[in-house]
Design a protein. Structure first.
Length: 362
């Protein structure tokens, strides 16, 4: 076994049932590797095994937002510096092969050299509570949409008399009317069976609506607690604020500047220039949920802010299409959101940067 002469760096290839850890010295020489179960006792044993080789400098963990989330929390609680590393690229795997020990050593070397590594979200505190509540809310919203589509499809293909009684109603009135339907006859009659089904779908819709309303109230309280200034921004509601907070994490100060936050949200333009051609292409990376949230904010600005509409007219006169203009515009709310997030971050020790001007401001 190689005797380390300085700080030891660890790397972990994460899986659902086991984690494979590896240790290297300060020049990248392998010290050893071993498997550990994905249990609290297994996490403690993994940390003790890494520290057996000497002073532990940092640990590179794959998938800190999935299989490695619990391990990353455990390591951070013990004062270990955790960095998130990407899996080896296709060319590296084609040249060196693929196995758990190889991936663990690759994670350790990436952490040692800062290659494709970054500080992961802490996944704790109020922001983690917001993320958990939003999981159920998103599911309820999707289920409510599906339920309403089923109700309207069944009404469209149902008995003509029933359809004529209900077709003129708005969606809220239609749900209420269907929830009050009664079927006094036998279920072998298609009309009676349709009434029973419409009533069940309508009551399911009402139950899901109540669940979403309760979740919105809970989320508003938490969002106000962690970032009170976020909901005051134009176009930012509870759902948008929850998504942006979840994407940034409980430690948004890990992003060095607003440009890093823009890259995280996928709203930073990607250079695509060659020779005398100078252009930028659409950024398809980043957190697509955060990108969608900023898109919602940009649409609100276009609808409600006269300065943004002037900006839209100006860029249209330059020959840009509306999708291209919205891609440019999304960078502006990203700056304002970053300002609020860093100001509200409990771990932020430095004053936030100067508040940027909104699109179209002189």
């Amino acid at each position: 076994m190689t005797v380390p002469t300085g700080p030891v760096t660890g790397g972990v290839d994460t899986h659902s049932q086991i984690h494979h850890a590896a240790a290297i010295d300060q020049v990248g020489r392998p010290l050893g590797d071993r498997e550990f179960p994905t249990t609290p006792a297994g996490y403690r044993a993994l940390l003790a095994w890494l520290r057996r080789y000497g002073e532990l400098g940092r640990v590179g963990v794959e998938g800190t937002g999935a299989y490695g989330a619990a391990l990353a929390r455990e390591l951070r609680a013990e004062g270990v510096v955790v960095v998130e590393v990407d899996r080896p690229n296709r060319q590296t795997r084609a040249a060196l092969g693929k196995s758990d020990p190889l991936d663990a050593y690759a994670a350790a070397r990436a952490a040692l050299t800062d290659a494709r590594s970054g500080v992961p979200k802490s996944r704790d505190g109020v922001v983690e509570a917001i993320r958990a509540l939003r999981v159920a809310r998103r599911g309820a919203v999707k289920a409510r949409t599906q339920t309403l589509n089923q109700l309207k499809a069944l009404l469209l293909t149902g008995p003509a008399e029933l359809r004529e009684d209900l077709r003129h109603l708005s969606t809220p009135a239609l749900v209420q009317a269907c929830a009050r339907l009664r079927a006094p006859g036998p279920l072998r009659d298609p009309t009676q069976a349709t009434k029973v089904t419409l009533r069940r779908l309508a009551r399911r819709h009402q139950h899901l609506t109540a669940e979403i309303t309760a979740a919105d109230a809970e989320l508003k309280e938490l969002v106000t607690t962690v970032a009170p200034g976020l909901l005051s921004l134009l176009g930012v509601g509870v759902e948008v604020a929850g998504q942006l907070l979840t994407s940034a994490g409980n430690n948004p100060d890990r992003m060095r500047c607003e440009a890093a936050f823009a890259h995280l949200c996928g709203v930073a333009p990607i250079p695509a220039s060659s020779g005398k051609t100078h252009r930028h292409r659409l950024n398809r990376g980043g957190d697509r949920g955060a990108n969608n949230a900023l898109y919602t904010v940009a649409l609100s600005w276009i609808r409600c802010d006269p300065r943004t509409r002037r900006y839209l007219d100006h860029r249209t006169a330059e020959g840009l299409s509306k999708p291209e203009i919205i891609r440019c515009l999304k960078r502006y709310p990203a700056r304002e959101v970053y300002q609020v997030l860093v100001t509200a971050s409990p771990s932020s020790s430095s004053p936030p940067p100067h508040r940027p001007q909104r699109a179209g401001q002189p």
